[in-house]
Write a protein that binds this ligand. Sequence first.
Ligand SMILES: Nc1ncnc2c1ncn2[C@@H]1O[C@H](COP(=O)(O)OP(=O)(O)OP(=O)(O)O)[C@@H](O)[C@H]1O
Ligand SMILES: [Mg+2]
Length: 274
Amino acid sequence: MAQIPLTVLAVTNQKGGVAKTTTAIQVGAYAAQAGKKTLIVELDPQCNASATFLTMGQSPDGRISTVPPEHPEGGVHISRALFTNDPWLPYPTATPNLFVLPASGSMFQMDYKPNAIEMAKKAFLDPEFRKAFDLVIIDTPPAKNLYSEAAITLATHILVPCTMEKKPFEGLMGVLQFIHAVNEPLRSEEVAKIIGVLPTIYDSRMRINKDNLKRLNKNLGRLALDIVVKRRPSYQEVDMVAKDYPYEVPKAYPEARKEWKQLGERMLVELGLK
Ligand SMILES: Nc1ncnc2c1ncn2[C@@H]1O[C@H](COP(=O)(O)OP(=O)(O)OP(=O)(O)O)[C@@H](O)[C@H]1O
Ligand SMILES: [Mg+2]
C-alpha cells in the first residue's frame, strides 16, 4: 500500500550553539502560521525547543531537572517513546497549528538499543501520525549520536544551520560526512535531500564571518544557501514569550520579521509545501 506522504525536515549540525533550535522553531512557527499543521520533534535532552513552548519541570523524584508537564490528555509524552514503541501524543502550543513532541532531560545515549532507529522508523510509518501533519521538524543535539542519526534517517529533507565562526565552519565537512555515512545503507528512496547550509547568527562587521561566507559559497556550490540569518537580539525576545503567545517576530522588528518570513517562505518552497 502506498504510504501517506509526510515531509520531515531534520535540522542538524554536530556543533553546539549554531542556531539549530532557533531555526527549527522559526521555520516551524512560520509554516504553522502559513496554515501547515506542523510538529516539532525534539531529540535533544537539553530540551531547548521543548522549553520554548512548554513549562518544563522536575521529575517527581527530583533527579531530572527538565521534564515536560503532564500531557493535556494524560501522562507525559516524550520523543524517547519513538524509540520504544510506547504511546505518545504531541502537545499543543500557544501557536495555532504548531505542536511539539518534547524531549526530556532523561534522554541520554543510554537509550541506545540496536533496533532503536528501526522502531523510530516504524513509529513514523503510522498512518494516523502521517495524516495528522503536513510537516515534521526534528531538532537534534550537538552530537553525532543515536538521536542525530535517527533524525537523518527519518528525514525527507535536511537543513544544516551553521555560524560562520572558525570552528563551526571548519566542522562543516564532518557534518556532511556524517550525513553521507548515515545515508549510505539506506535505500535510495529513503535518502533525504540536503537543502543546504544556512549561515546563521551572521554578523557582517566580523571579518571572519564575511571571509567564511565567501569560502562557503566558493566551496559548497548549491549546498551554500543564498540566504543568511543575521545576528539579532530580537529573535531571543520572541523565544521568551512563545509559551504564552503565538510565535511570531513582531512588527516592532520589521527587519527581523522580514528575514523570518523570507526564511520560512524559502523553506516551504524547498520542502515542496509551496
Ligand atoms: N540570529 C540570531 N541572532 C542572535 N542570537 C541568536 C540567533 N540565532 C540563535 N541565537 C542565539 O544563539 C544561541 C544558540 O542558539 P540555538 O540554541 O538555536 O543553537 P543550537 O545549535 O540549537 O544549540 P545546541 O547545539 O546547544 O542545541 C541561543 O541563545 C539563541 O537565542
Ligand atoms: Mg539546540
